[in-house]
Design a protein around this ligand. Structure first.
Ligand code: MN
Length: 227
């Protein structure tokens, strides 16, 4: 194939305890999947899950620094369990959904909250509030054959050592299997897809120099500094 220029290499995330990498295809994110966070965002009650996307190349694998983004004065963190799809499908049944999972990791859905609020007010898309450069720091993927399929476990984020988010995976409004099943009614999932599964309450505004440290019990940790 004669490309007019060399295509970018796929974003590749290290697989824990392995020499292999997980090549990313698409990145989906669930909005307001923990009731307490939905409430802090002004939502009410259990709504069907809804989804948005980040570009795959917005991901930053590992613990490297993140450049504070342009066009915002209100950058916020959202620590999330990230599901890595290993086998695709459409109209996946809930009771089959976990068999499509390759593994799990911890990620941060960085959000330009001021741009998102303006977009909400004007009925405009969230894309550039959520899908900007380096908006997805992400840890190494742990294969499900090692960590199982977590339905509970503490999920935390601290800023400069002070805990801001402290929840449990069991608080998700829609669990991993339900999220996969629902998303697969909208799009055909494929190996390489990632799903950020939403964030517990406690999102806060961060500034340059802040150190964000995340942990999900049984899955792993992630730390990044805003520069
Ligand atoms: Mn999020």
């Amino acid at each position: 194939m004669n490309y007019v220029f060399s295509p970018a290499a796929p974003v590749a995330i290290p697989v824990s305890q392995s020499d292999s990498f997980f090549p990313v295809r698409r990145v989906y994110c669930v909005g307001q999947n923990y009731a307490a966070h939905a409430a802090e965002m002004g939502g009410d009650g259990r709504q069907p899950p809804f989804f948005f996307s980040k570009p795959a190349d917005a991901l930053v694998p590992g613990n490297g620094p993140i450049k504070y983004p342009t066009q915002t004065n209100k950058l916020q963190h959202e620590v999330e369990l990230v599901v890595a799809i290993g086998q695709g499908g459409a109209d996946i049944q809930v009771d089959q959904a976990l068999s499509h999972v390759f593994g799990y990791t911890v990620g941060i859905d960085l959000t330009r909250r001021d741009l998102q609020a303006a977009a909400k007010n004007q009925g405009r898309p969230w894309d550039l509030a959520k899908g900007f450069d380096q908006s997805g720091p992400i840890g190494a993927i742990v294969a499900a054959e090692q960590c199982g399929h977590p339905s509970s476990g503490r999920i935390r984020l601290s800023v400069n050592g002070t805990v801001t988010q402290d929840g449990d995976l069991a608080q998700m409004s829609w669990n991993v299997a339900e999220v996969i099943a629902n998303l697969s009614t909208y799009v055909q999932l494929a190996a390489g897809d990632l799903i950020f599964t939403g964030t517990p309450a406690g999102v806060s505004t961060v500034v340059r120099g802040d150190v964000l440290s995340c942990a999900i019990e049984g899955i792993g940790t992630l730390e990044t500094t805003l520069v």
